[in-house]
Write a protein of this length. Structure first.
Lengths: 332, 332
C-alpha cells in the first residue's frame, strides 16, 4: 500500500509558491502489534506554519527540506492492532499533509462523538478556537462593556474572537480585507467592520468606529494595524498578541510602529502567547464551546479545499485572504 | 519681595535649547492666614518633562507657553501663617523652576528629618527611586537568579534599578553612553556594562554580556535598545517600559523595531507604567530604601548644577548624558 505525502521542497522567499512543495508517494509498512493505520479525512493549514518554513529557532522546530510537512489532521483508523484505537475510531493528530500513515498512537487523541463534522476539531473546537478563547479570557481578560478590536477578523481565530467578544458583552470592532467579509461579520452581530484595504487611514477608521477608544486589541496582523490600535487604545488597555500575519512573508525586516511610546503614555500591557502553553484549559474551553455551538450562539465557519494536492494552494490562500473562517483541506 | 521664575517661552523643536526658556521676575503677594512662603532649596529636572513641552494629550497636562514651568522641588518655609508648616519646615512640592512662592500647603508634604541631604527626596528617595522600585517589583516582578538589562543605566532611575537588581539577586547588565559611566557602574557591582555609543552591534554586545539571555528589561531608551533586548529576551521575559528617551526629541516619527514578532515567538509581556499610579506603595518603598541607604547597600548618586538660571542647561544636559545619577539644581 502507498501513501501520498506533501514534502517541503524548498524554503519560500516571501510569499510561498506551489513550487516550494512536492507531492510524493511512499510505500507503507504493514502494521505491527500496538500499531494502527490511519486514513486522513481532513487536514489543517494555519498561518503559523509559515514560520516553521524558516530555518530559525522558535517555540517550535522548523520543517526540514525534503521531509513531509506536519500540521493538524483528523483521520479514521482503517486497520488496527492497537486495543485503544479500534477500526472506525476518529483520531486527531499533528500528522497532516499525508493521505495515510502507520502509528503507535502516541500524540493521538480519539475524538468524541459529535453531531458536527469532525473537521471542526481543526477549527472552532480545536487550536484556532482555543486560541481565541485563551487570548480573550486568559491574556487580555476582556470584561463586559469594554470595546474589543480584532484584526484578521474573518480568519479561523479572528472569527471566533469576534463571536466570543460579543458573548462576553463587549462592543466588537473588526478589520478584514474585503467588503464581502465585512458584510458577513456585520450579519453575525459584529458592531463595526473596517475594510483595511479601502481605508485611507486605519487610525482614523478605528477612531470613527470606536470613538470611546479600544480596551482590548486581539492582534493577528502587526504593522499598520498595531500602530492604529496603539493610537486608539484607552489607558490600561491590553493587547493579546496572537500573530502578525502581515509580516510572515517579509523578505527584509519591516520597521515597527513609530508610536510605541503609547505603551508608556497609556500604560498598556502587551502580551504574546502560544496556545499550546494553555492546553490544560482545553477541557473547560471545549465544554463551553460545545454548548455555544449546540445553541447556535457561535457559528462554526470554514472554507474547504478538496484533495491533498490542493493543500499548498489552501496554505498559500491564507496569505491571500481566500478563507472565511477556518481553512481546511478535505482529503479524498 | 520678588521671586525669580523660569517660564516656557516656546515649544522646543527637537533638542531643547536655552532659548525655549525665559527667566522672569515677579512680585510676591504678602501671605494671608493659612498660607506660607517657601524658598526653594533644590529643584529637579527629569526627562518626562520633555513630553509636557509638547502640546498633546497625555497622562499629564502639557505646559503652557508663557507660564512658569513645574517640577519636583524641595524648599524651606521662611514665613508662615499656617499651623502645620511652621518656619523652618522642609517641604516637597511640584513647584520647582522658581525661587520663592506663596502657598496654602495643598499638594505639599513635610519632609521627615534625615541625615542625608534633602535633595535625595528628588532622587533615590523620591520619584526616580520609586520608579525603579515599582518597575522591578510590581511591573516586571524580577526574581532572584534572573538576568536584568537596564538601559540609560547611569540615569536617575537606571542607576537605582541597577542597584536594586543586584539587591534582588539578579545578574545585572547595563547600557550607558560613556566609558567613564561604564567603569563607575562596574565599580558598584553591576556585572557587565555596554557603552552603546561604541558598540558596533547592540544585539551582539548584549548577547556577549548575557549569553544566558535576558529575563527582564527595564526600558528607558526605546529604538535600537528595545530591538536588541527583544532579540535577547528569554521565553516569558518581561519588559517594564518606563521611558523611551531616545525618541523624546524626535521631530519626525521614528520607526519602531522590526522584530516585534519576538513578542509572540518568546511569549513576552511588555508593560508601560507611570509611577504616580503606584504611589500608595510609597511608604513601603521609602522604608526599604531608607534602610538600604543607611546601610550603604544603595548609593545615592547625583549631579548638581547651581543656580536657578542653570536649570535649562541642567534639563538639556539630561539628553546629552551629562548627568550621573539624579540631575538636580541647587538654588541659591
Amino acid at each position: 500500500m502507498k501513501a501520498q505525502q506533501i514534502l517541503l521542497d524548498s524554503r519560500p522567499e516571501g510569499m510561498p509558491a506551489t513550487t516550494n512543495f512536492k507531492l510524493a508517494s511512499i510505500p507503507l509498512a504493514d502494521i505491527n502489534d500496538g500499531e494502527f493505520l490511519v486514513k486522513n479525512l481532513w487536514m489543517s493549514v494555519d498561518p503559523y506554519m509559515r514560520g516553521r518554513m524558516i530555518d530559525r529557532e522558535s517555540y517550535i522546530a522548523p520543517f526540514s527540506i525534503g521531509e513531509v510537512l506536519q500540521g493538524g489532521a483528523i483521520g479514521e483508523v482503517i486497520e488496527s492492532r492497537h486495543p485503544e484505537f479500534p477500526v472506525g475510531s476518529k483520531v486527531s493528530s499533528m500528522l497532516g499533509w499525508r493521505s495515510h500513515y502507520v502509528t503507535d498512537g502516541s500524540e493521538h487523541t480519539r475524538l468524541p462523538d459529535t453531531p458536527m463534522s469532525e473537521s471542526h476539531f481543526l477549527g472552532v473546537l480545536g487550536m484556532p478556537g482555543m486560541t481565541a478563547w485563551t487570548g480573550l479570557n486568559r491574556i487580555a481578560e476582556l470584561k463586559k462593556g469594554e470595546t474589543l478590536f480584532v484584526s484578521a477578523a474573518s480568519g479561523a481565530v479572528g472569527s471566533v474572537a469576534c463571536q466570543l467578544g460579543k458573548l462576553m458583552g463587549a462592543k466588537v470592532i473588526a478589520s478584514v480585507g474585503s467588503d464581502e467579509k465585512a458584510e458577513h461579520l456585520l450579519s453575525i452581530g459584529v458592531d463595526a467592520v473596517i475594510n483595511y484595504k479601502t481605508s485611507q487611514n486605519l487610525t482614523a477608521s478605528l477612531k470613527a468606529a470606536a470613538p470611546e477608544g479600544i480596551d482590548v486589541y486581539f492582534e493577528n496582523v502587526g504593522g499598520e494595524h498595531l500602530s492604529a490600535a496603539l493610537d486608539n487604545m484607552n489607558d490600561h488597555g491590553r493587547i493579546a498578541v496572537c500573530g502578525m500575519i502581515s509580516q510572515y512573508n517579509d523578505t527584509a525586516p519591516t520597521p515597527g510602529p513609530s508610536n510605541l511610546a503609547m505603551i508608556i503614555i497609556k500604560k498598556l500591557k502587551i502580551e504574546g502567547f502560544i496556545v499550546f502553553e494553555h492546553w490544560e484549559h482545553y477541557p473547560e474551553f471545549a465544554k463551553q464551546m460545545g454548548q455555544w455551538l449546540a445553541s447556535g450562539a457561535v457559528k462554526a465557519e470554514q472554507t474547504v479545499y478538496e484533495g491533498l494536492e490542493q493543500a499548498p494552494d489552501a496554505f498559500i490562500g491564507l496569505f491571500e485572504g481566500k478563507n472565511r473562517g477556518k481553512m481546511v483541506v478535505k482529503l479524498a
